[in-house]
Design a protein around this ligand. Structure first.
Ligand code: OXD
Length: 344
């Protein structure tokens, strides 16, 4: 009886081995998923029942990556080197600087692996956040909240700022910048864009200039919205000179990456009273150190890199991932492909 059981177990092991060999020979794709979200695994598997999607993390990624066809998650340079068969990497977020230039390694950038992200889809909520910070500052909402906590009906003189008729400079006219431009325009603002790319005509944007014209255009802006990706070219594009070129009393709002501005130059500009206020969802470094003087400046609103959170964004992000997974398995071109040389 015992012999029969052993024989049976051996046979079933053989069957399992044989079936996975046949599946592999059949071209079954092996996809690694490094996000630990269980629901995401089910959602992806539902559109790709024929794929072998393995959810894993840590050292197990390196163990499994050699014969994997794709990875959904953030990949390290070491994993790129070990992923000999890897054709595609999909990340959940929009910013890819950590996978490309900030990792210090060029493996992914110079490989044939296609990198896709979630650009565009995070535009609406990040634009809402940018406008919320601006309106809080121009209507002094942050100060009234302090009084509200003390149940104080503060009868102080209040001179609010009107957006109607002001000029907004939107740096980065992509998924986020376009949404900001719509909101600024709807508030009665004149909108000017700054972008490295040639952006097709948009009636709500009066003019789009290249980054090398930034210093000429900055004195016109009452509000500067920063929505561009962090690339080697955009790194610290707002330094001492740029803050000096800004109009006295302008507002600086940054919702893309802290790497685009010099934190100390911004702090100095606010402390000297040159800028009227700032709203930053992103800083460099993150978290912003507790002792940094920016925390203490009254007309500054700091949020901890959460502008992308919303009740709807996950659904949109997962939709891109499912769409790309299906396309990958069918051998069709992917969407949201990152230009790895440009970094967005
Ligand atoms: C991103 C983010 O997606 O900052 O890049 O959340």
């Amino acid at each position: 009886m015992r012999r029969l059981t052993v024989l049976f177990s051996l046979l079933s092991l053989l069957c399992v081995g044989l079936s996975s060999y046949i599946l592999a020979e059949d071209g079954q794709k092996k996809i690694l998923l490094t996000y630990s979200d269980k629901a995401l695994l089910e959602e992806l598997q539902s559109v790709a029942p024929e794929a072998r999607i393995i959810q894993l993390s840590g050292d197990r990624v390196l163990e499994e990556i050699a014969d994997a066809d794709a990875l959904i998650g953030n990949i390290t340079p070491e994993q790129v080197r070990a992923g000999k068969k890897l054709k595609w990497v999909q990340t959940m977020g929009a910013g890819v600087e950590r996978l490309l230039h900030l990792s210090g390694a060029t493996d992914l950038r110079d490989s044939d692996i296609i990198l896709t992200n979630n650009q565009i889809v995070q535009g609406p909520e990040i634009a809402d956040h940018a406008m919320a910070m601006l309106l809080a500052l121009t209507r002094s909402i942050h100060k009234f909240l302090d009084h509200q906590k003390k149940r104080e009906w503060q009868p102080r003189a209040f001179s609010g700022i009107e957006l109607n008729g002001k000029t907004a400079l939107v740096v980065g006219v992509g998924g986020i910048g376009t949404q900001i431009a719509f909101r600024a325009w709807a508030s009665g603002m004149r909108v000017i864009g700054v972008d490295t790319e040639d952006i097709p005509y948009m009636p709500i944007i009066e003019q789009i200039v290249k980054p090398d014209q930034l210093n000429q255009i900055l004195p016109e802006a009452d509000v500067i919205f920063v929505a561009a990706p962090h690339t080697p070219l955009s790194h610290k594009m707002f330094g001492k000179n740029e803050f000096k070129s800004m109009k006295q009393g302008a507002y600086f709002i940054c919702v893309s990456r802290g790497g685009l501005y010099d934190l100390d130059a911004l702090t100095h500009s606010l402390q000297s009273g040159h800028l009227a206020g700032a709203g930053v969802d992103v800083t460099d470094p993150e978290p912003l150190p507790a002792e940094h003087p920016l925390w203490q400046i009254p007309d500054v609103i700091i949020t901890p890199h959460i502008a992308t959170r919303s009740d709807k964004v996950r659904e949109r992000m997962v939709r891109t991932m499912k769409e790309n997974l299906r396309r990958f398995l069918d051998g069709r071109p992917l969407i949201n492909v990152v230009d790895k040389q440009k970094g967005y």
